[in-house]
Write a protein that binds this ligand. Structure first.
Ligand code: ME8
Length: 657
């Protein structure tokens, strides 16, 4: 008998990041699976949450003069809000600061210790604070963290170790007997080979900072953040008292960045504690924007809000799962989202709904007529469920959408071929009734099949055709007969590609904060200074015409805003690599400044994703930045760093140049 429950999880996200397309991707996929299994009539548990301990949080909270818990209390909300906007229907949202979770982690460690799998040792390694990970010397790239490329610290501390090495053979055996555990298949050899090379015991406690769960065997120590975080997948069930019902987990969804933790460390922890292993850990591919990983510190964001605001939650959900095979990497672009929105959602699906609604309204008084079905549309609709299910089981979402769209297009083609307007003209009432009846039922099936991807659209179709979405068991061809058709509303109003230009203007400017570290007169021009500036990761030279407005000493030490991607130029024989921003009017000038920000901090408007491509001065001039209330605006949005709005003490409407 097949199990009638389904348990799916996302990683628990670090709350100090802003939810972005990458987080949304995993969470939408989990929601899609959850909704599909509900349609199949299963009892589903879908878990997501936030991972709130660790040095990174401790440090960030300190900077904000808050306790870590005050800090995470503020931040976890951003994830909940994002998931609400995206129609994510999770069953529980776990925070690792939950008391129940903390207690459960301590119990698990005690269990592992009782098994003889924990011992005290000393750990030395290269630690990357942002990634919360120790690396070996061999793993470093140019001496930096191989993951985020930042500086690492050589740390040595007393630590408790978990005997990971003991589980090498057991893990290999499990992988062999459960080939779906490491998914997708393309990731298997990488993990298996690494495990075969031998596993080192894992340091699972820390003494170098305080923000974590007290280690139950020794209160000087706190629990290593990964040992704490992974346990959430069970502590949440324990809290909800449904462990027996839902464990082992059907699918842990993760990004490929955290495969090792989920496919090696987590099952080893469970083997030690004598708990059954999950059935599948699926690591999906990686979204980039212009080839760069999305992360707050790199300022390289696709702000979710912009995509949701302009295209709606459904379109983004659809796009992310349609654009890429789930296991592969890809690049996010608004152009691709726009194309799929207009063509697939608008033309194929949206128009079909409009057409069927119009046919029923015009020829059948707005009531779905009784009629014999078109057998092909009917049997294809029924068959589709099994075909889709096959792709759900392998998490091939793009293929599921492919065959579903094949069906949608076939229904559109059927209408074109049958020409119901001619049937009406020729009084072929029975044939006309068949067309309306069959296409309406086809749509009802389509609404159910797309519901996991586009839940709002599914609901709108259901409202138009007066039915309620139900499980597949209760979905019967014929159920719409005599039901009223309500007023049609456009599901995906066409969005012209030009809409994106709104944001593209400012995105052409890569603006950063720079500190002026040295200022000299220009050797060949009395009105110019040659300044050395610090951009955090690099130093540059810029030439600027400030001599009439301030002394070299006044200029030196300022935190200015620089256009970093301006084509370098020679100004009176001296190379200038970038340009500072200032407002000038009636013989007065004020620099654009960001006094509280750090060199290298990106200056953007909310929702923009600055390009790194070089631009020329003419392009810069076309982009209008103006002063209002001593701040700088692009259209109606303020230019900001992550800490402050940038300033320019000039009258309103002064143009920045
Ligand atoms: O790793 N493309 O949290 P995290 C696709 N707290 N997916 C992406 C992505 C991208 N560019 N960026 C992030 C942690 N993700 C730990 C997890 S679990 C016990 C602890 C998604 O906030 C992807 O699912 O860094 C990735 O694994 C996860 O966000 C990392 O989230």
């Amino acid at each position: 008998m097949t199990k009638n429950t389904f348990y799916v999880t996302t990683p628990i996200y670090y709350p100090n990041d802003i939810p972005h397309i990458g987080h949304a991707y995993t969470t939408i996929a989990a929601d899609v699976l959850s909704r599909w299994h509900k349609l199949l009539g299963k009892k589903v548990f879908f878990l997501t949450g936030t991972d709130e301990h660790g040095e990174k949080i401790e440090l960030a909270a300190k900077e904000k003069k808050m306790t870590p818990l005050e800090f995470t209390n503020q931040l976890e909300k951003r994830f909940r809000e994002a998931w609400k906007k995206l129609e994510i229907e999770f069953d529980d949202f776990i925070r690792t600061t939950d008391e129940h979770h903390k207690k459960y982690v301590q119990e698990l460690i005690t269990k592992v210790n009782d098994k003889g799998d924990i011992y005290l040792g000393e750990y030395e390694g290269y630690y990357c604070v942002p990634c919360e990970t120790y690396w070996t010397e061999l793993q470093l790239i140019d001496g930096n963290c191989p993951e985020c490329k930042r500086v690492v610290q050589l740390l040595k501390e007393e630590s408790y170790f978990f005997r990971l090495s003991k589980y090498q053979d057991k893990l290999l055996d499990y992988y062999k007997k459960n080939p779906e555990f490491i998914s997708p298949k393309s990731r298997q050899s990488e993990i298996i080979n690494r495990v075969k090379e031998g596993l080192k015991d894992l340091s699972i406690s820390r003494t170098s900072f305080k923000w974590g769960i007290p280690f139950p065997l020794d209160t000087k120590h706190i629990v290593y953040v990964w040992f704490d975080a992974l346990t959430n997948y069970i502590s949440a069930l324990d809290k909800n008292k449904n462990f027996d019902e839902f464990w082992p987990c059907d699918v842990h969804l993760v990004g490929k960045d955290i495969s090792w933790f989920h496919k090696v460390i987590w099952p080893a922890m469970l083997l030690s504690a004598g708990i059954e292993l999950p059935k599948m850990v699926y690591s999906h591919g990686w979204w980039t924007v212009e080839g760069e990983k999305m992360s707050k510190s790199k300022g390289n964001f696709v702000i979710l809000d912009q995509a949701i605001e302009e295209y709606g939650a459904d379109a983004l959900r659809y796009f992310l799962l349609r654009e890429l095979p789930f296991g592969l990497d890809g690049n996010f672009s608004f152009k691709a989202l726009n194309d799929r929105y207009n063509n697939e959602l608008g033309n194929d699906l949206g128009n079909l709904v409009m057409r069927v609604n119009a046919l029923a309204t015009k020829y059948c008084d707005g009531i779905i007529p009784q009629a014999s079905a078109n057998k092909k549309l009917e049997s294809d609709a029924l068959k589709l469920q099994n075909e889709l299910n096959k792709y759900y089981n392998t998490l091939e979402f793009n293929k599921a959408l492919d065959i579903l769209w094949g069906y949608i297009r076939s229904v559109n083609k059927y209408i074109n071929d049958e020409k119901p307007w001619e049937l009406a003209k020729n009084n072929k009432t029975a044939e006309l009734a068949t067309v309306v009846n069959s296409t309406a039922h086809a749509l009802a099936y389509i609404a159910h099949y797309i519901e996991p991807f586009t839940p709002l659209t599914a609901r709108k179709i259901a409202e138009q055709f007066s039915f309620k979405l139900t499980t597949f068991k209760d979905l019967k061809w014929g159920f719409l007969e005599n039901k009223k058709v309500n007023k049609a509303t456009a599901l995906f109003a066409r969005i012209e590609a030009k809409k994106q230009e709104k944001i593209e203007g400012i995105e052409l400017l890569n603006l950063k904060v720079a500190k002026v570290i040295d200022v000299k007169p220009h050797p060949n021009a009395e009105k110019l200074y040659t300044a050395q500036i610090d951009l955090g990761t690099e130093k540059r030279q810029i030439v600027s015409g400030l001599v009439d407005y301030m002394s070299a000493d006044e200029f030196k030490g300022q935190n200015i805003v620089v256009l970093t991607n301006l084509k370098p130029a020679k100004l009176r024989g001296v190379e200038s690599n970038g340009m500072l921003l200032a407002g000038e009017t009636s013989g007065k000038l004020s620099l654009v400044l960001a006094p509280k920000s750090k060199p290298g901090d990106q200056v953007t408007i909310e929702g923009s994703n600055p390009s790194t491509a070089q631009i020329d001065f003419k392009t810069f001039q076309k982009i209008k930045l103006t002063v209002k209330n001593n701040k700088v605006y692009y259209k109606d949005k303020e230019l900001k760093t992550k800490t402050e709005s940038v300033q320019c003490n000039m009258p309103d409407n002064t143009k920045i140049s």
